[in-house]
Design a protein around this ligand. Structure first.
Ligand SMILES: *[C@@H]1O[C@H](CO)[C@@H](O)[C@H](O)[C@H]1NC(C)=O
Ligand SMILES: *[C@@H]1O[C@H](CO)[C@@H](O)[C@H](O)[C@H]1NC(C)=O
Length: 273
């Protein structure tokens, strides 16, 4: 697989990650086809890292009486999270964007982003998720689809993803430490279904749609520039469908704001800034 520069084929099963067991099936237009497992990625998504608990209220002054939207800041997450009890499922659709190097990033810095949906991780350290990563490697963009259940590292799922592809991911908790992640290349009718058990106990108290500056080793990767991107989708909370319209928004702030989340109806919009 040509994503070799961004993936580590050799990973010894650590005590912690060996508890998390995934099994995958792949489908083309609904018919099962051979699934070849990709290597474990060297990237890892992390629970929300808040840089500030100071909550800013955004009031749309143009619409009298409109409810306020709460935005929190984070060093690694940008997007929207719905909180409460009990989330059993979340689905999100996005397009894999053409990413760029930010000014000041050297050609060797290989900037990247990931986009995903997941359950938990907003107010706890458990997290089950699935999504895509995009990275500039020697100037050209490479993309991959992955699943992750903390505390194990993410797994590449061998679903070819091209820049511009429309991706839909459904993450469903089937127990307190088990779940199903379905990743679909909507453009081509290809999907991968991963079932997982083990890992951190899920509290199911958040569901989120996130564009992340993820970690490689224990530091954040260079965060790529991206065109304005969106998530559409919904979550299931105590059996009822909820949209991101009531979500808390999350901006990435490092030395400056790098990504701002807003809502347009129930569509989450992410702007590079
Ligand atoms: C995710 O898929 C499951 C199984 O098909 C479905 O029951 C659930 O409603 C989906 N989740 C959402 C949020 O639509
Ligand atoms: C997903 O769809 C795109 C077409 O937009 C295609 O280039 C890519 O190879 C597809 N992936 C798979 C696994 O079929």
């Amino acid at each position: 697989m040509k994503f070799a520069a961004a993936l580590v084929a050799l990973i010894s099963a650590s005590l912690v990650s060996s508890e998390v067991v995934w099994s995958f099936k792949k489908y083309q237009d609904g018919v099962e086809v051979d699934f070849e497992e990709g290597p474990v990625t060297k990237f890892q998504s992390q629970a929300l890292q808040k840089v500030s608990d100071a909550r800013r209220k955004r009031i749309d002054s143009r619409i009298a009486g409109r409810s306020t939207q709460t935005t929190v800041t984070s060093s690694n997450w940008c997007g929207a999270a719905v909180t409460g009890t009990t989330f059993s499922s979340v689905v999100g659709t996005w397009t894999v964007p053409a990413i760029t190097r930010r000014s000041g990033q050297s050609s060797g810095s290989e900037p990247a982003i990931s986009q995903w949906v997941g359950i938990d991780g907003y107010s706890d350290d458990a997290l089950i998720q699935g999504g895509t990563i995009s990275q500039l490697v020697s100037g050209s963009q490479q993309n991959a689809a992955w699943t992750e259940m903390l505390p194990a590292a993410s797994k590449d799922v061998s679903l070819t993803v091209e820049t511009g592809d429309k991706i839909t991911v459904n993450v469903t908790a089937t127990g307190t430490s088990s779940g199903t992640v379905t990743l679909e290349n909507v453009t081509r009718g290809t999907s991968v279904v991963g079932k997982v058990s083990g890992g951190s106990r899920l509290s199911q108290n958040s569901a989120e749609w996130i564009l992340e500056d993820f970690e490689e080793g224990s530091s954040l990767v260079a965060f790529a520039g991206f065109p304005t991107s969106t998530f559409t989708g919904s979550a299931i909370k105590s059996g009822t469908s909820v949209s991101p319209a009531s979500a808390t928004l999350i901006d990435i702030v490092q030395s400056s704001t790098l990504c701002s989340a807003t809502l347009s109806g129930s569509t989450v919009e992410l702007s590079d800034s």
